[in-house]
Design a protein around this ligand. Sequence first.
Ligand code: AMP
Ligand code: MG
Length: 495
Amino acid sequence: MNPKPCPPFDNSYARLPERFYTRQLPEPVSTPGLIRVNHALADHLGFDPDWLESETGVELIAGNFIPEAADPIAAVYAGHQFGSWNPQLGDGRVILLGEVIDGDGVRHDIQLKGSGRTAYSRGGDGRAPLGPVLREYIVSEAMAALGVPTTRALAAATTGEKVMREDQLPGAVLTRVAQSHIRIGTIQFFASRQDNEALKILVDHVIQRHYPEAAQTDNPVRTMLDGVVARQACLIAQWQLLGFIHGVMNTDNMLLSGETIDYGPCAFMDTFDAATVFSSIDQGGRYAYRNQPHIAHWNLSMLAQALLPILDDDQGKAIAAGQAAIDAFPDLYTAAYQDGMRRKLGLTGVHADDEVLIQDLLRLMQEEKTDFTLTFRRLSDLADPEKASGGGVSPVFELPETFAPWLSRWRQRLCSDAQDDRARQTGMYAVNPAYIARNHLVEETIEAAVKQQDFRPFHTLVDVLAQPYEFVDGKNRYASPPRPEQVVKQTFCGT
Ligand code: AMP
Ligand code: MG
């Protein structure tokens, strides 16, 4: 057992001026019940996982026990939601308990989501139903295991209380961890109030926390903006390469740290279709799969605009600097995406017609409606068929006959590549998962927990998704695409 079960809390955000937040304790709940503690993450952050599962630990993750030295707050922000400006949002159903510093010296926010009303709840109850809490736990941890920067799930607890939505639903609280929860919308909040003093303080805080190298440069604000643009370009490329659809890319849902946040209506694509939209509230398809890079670019231009007053004393120079930073996005994104696609196909080096090869594959996948994840996994098997991991995914998926001409072009391209088959296959397996958080499995898991109080499917799914790149014979049902009657067409924010 650790000498202390809970790491010391620090509160750097709560030391910022009072207009950045409202002090707020979580509202206690009647009967806290443990759902799960993420042991690996708890260890990493300096929590004793067994203590987190103890009575006091569960009181903490349900919001009934405040750790020593924590100074809980709800933060204020603003944002563009579906393109419309909302001058004030804020943590309406989360509380930042405080921050802990891991063994590598990295600071992490510890938040409780679903912990009761705050000054920013507007009409909401500040609570979270069990279903969305489980969805966020599953998908955020799946993303982390896939190697995507993301907020994490440290724990989840039931409250023993009902929340009122269309129906009465069981309530739950998620312990969310992020390197910080500072959003594009946080910068926008102070910019829209022309509070340049707050803007400078906030940007200094972001630089210290996330871009310390920027402090040494001639224009730290510009360097930070360049850093955010670069991290978001890589992040969105990773989403595209995994078929992940965020669903609600509002400016308040993009973090300056470059981590994915807000697992509301998100989903991984099964069948490849670039126009896929899942979110029930996204009528115009603004946040469709193929639009994600454009939306990120647009959101970043909103960030640049909000930073103009502190980018340069000379307005003309500020605009030029902001524009230059934003203009870098398309090339950074394309480079990260192309590089990732080449890895998915096992191509080292760059050939002139690689791009055509990639585009033709995607067109074929779209025409044939093949499963996005398994197409790439099957190609990885085919890189060295004799040595296919776990015997290969062919029992759950096979490429259609119509792929034959493309496959022979791909093989030809591989002949002129320096790598041997074994190394190529290893490289492909490392970027082409066998297991993703498939929507029908997520839904099935949530239903068992909500309707039958059976959390076993949830635990099993979380365990399977922790090793997404290793195909294990016998876990075929977790790799399989949905049967037609299992396809989930819409997802809900679940607020
Ligand atoms: P989201 O769509 O999850 O990004 O949330 C948008 C805004 O609505 C945020 O400011 C949330 O804090 C707020 N919100 C969402 N659900 C609730 C709720 N149940 N109670 C209070 N505020 C909420
Ligand atoms: Mg949000």
